[in-house]
Design a protein around this ligand. Structure first.
Ligand SMILES: [Zn+2]
Length: 349
């Protein structure tokens, strides 16, 4: 078996916790990009810049320049914007990214008021009380119309809510409820912060072992993935390969699980690049990386975003198994370590 440098689990997990604690719904990612930029600055061999669109792009010089490579992982998450301030002072939401309304029911949230302080609240069915609405609490379909934000301020009118600085278009961030037990990490938005942490842990492990990539490599941290066009731009001319690092879909009928990294060979956008897939499978075998191969039925990646934008490159997708994705997500450290190893194996070969 070929050997890889050791991974600093503490670095990986503490970085993940930190990323999860920074709100970053699509369109509101400056703070997390600032933070990640600071972390990249710890690696002296890596140059980075921000695209006009707001993504963070880093370059690491490799042994060869014959096949420029890219890795992409996304910093943006699901979230919402204020769609309407209702006459009762509560808020209707417009979704950022794709998720079922029931997955955020009962969740605490923060409204980043366009003027004034952030306001806390909770996301509820507008017929929430069992003592008032009886059966309708369970039978009402959860939609943009039937869900609302109850704000933790004294308001019973649109004017009072506006008085707190809240306006249509303000970002709404869901509580992540991050918790770790027995090697499991559960949180909203492991998609895709878990993979961003894996990419940095891989870089850190290689730097620590005084290794560098086999080829010049671009690390692209995207900020518009959840709406489908994150990695459409931001890569230099001459890119030959792009590995998207994003969560694997776990659930009934899926091959993926929370203890392995998965190579996705096909999703809603069709099959990925066969030759690159085969190389990643060989690397996983050579380094004995716990891995699965899977197909995701309802899924698109930033690799495909680049393809759709005209990128003429080989694209593959790997990532850790995440249970209940786009819901209250959970993974296990084993899947994160496997993903980090796979990234390192790819970089080194
Ligand atoms: Zn994702």
């Amino acid at each position: 078996m070929k050997k890889l440098p050791g991974i600093d689990r503490e670095f990986l997990l503490s970085l993940l916790q930190k990323l999860l604690a920074i709100p970053s719904p699509t369109g509101y990612t400056e703070e997390i990009v600032d933070y990640l930029e600071g972390r990249l600055a710890e690696f002296p061999f890596i140059n980075y810049h921000r695209t006009t669109k707001g993504a963070l792009v880093a370059n690491w010089t490799g042994d060869l320049k014959t096949s420029l490579r890219g890795l992409t992982a996304h910093l943006d998450t699901l979230g919402a914007m204020v769609k309407e301030i209702k006459s009762n002072g509560r808020l209707k939401l417009s979704q950022l990214g794709g998720y079922a309304w029931n997955t955020i029911e009962g969740e605490g949230c923060t409204v980043f008021a366009s003027s004034g302080e952030p306001v806390r609240g909770s996301i509820l069915l507008n017929k929430a009380s069992g003592h008032v609405h009886a059966k309708e609490v369970s039978t009402t379909e959860r939609t943009a119309e039937s869900m609302e934000v109850r704000l933790d301020i004294v308001t019973s009118s649109a004017d009072e809510t506006r008085g707190a600085g809240i306006e249509v278009g303000d970002f709404v961030v869901f509580d992540t409820r991050t918790e770790s037990n027995q090697g499991f990490i559960r949180s909203r938005h492991l998609d895709d912060k878990a993979c961003v942490a894996c990419v940095l842990a891989a870089i850190q492990a290689l730097v620590g072992a005084e290794l560098q990539p086999a080829q010049d490599t671009v690390f692209h941290f995207s900020n518009y993935e959840e709406v489908g066009h994150g990695a459409a731009t931001g890569f230099p001319e001459g890119l030959k390969e792009l590995v998207a690092v994003d969560m694997a879909a776990v659930g009934e009928g899926q091959n993926s699980d929370e203890f392995h990294a998965t190579l996705c060979v096909k999703d809603s956008g069709g099959p990925y690049h066969h030759r690159l897939n085969q190389r990643l499978r060989s690397l996983a075998d050579e380094y004995e990386i716990p891995h699965k191969v899977d197909i995701y039925p309802y899924y698109g990646s930033d690799g495909e975003a680049f393809w759709r934008a005209g990128g003429d490159v080989a694209v593959a997708l790997i990532g850790p198994g995440v249970d209940a994705s786009h819901n209250y997500e959970r993974t296990h450290i084993d899947a994160l370590i496997a993903t980090t190893k796979w990234i390192m194996a790819y970089l080194l070969n």
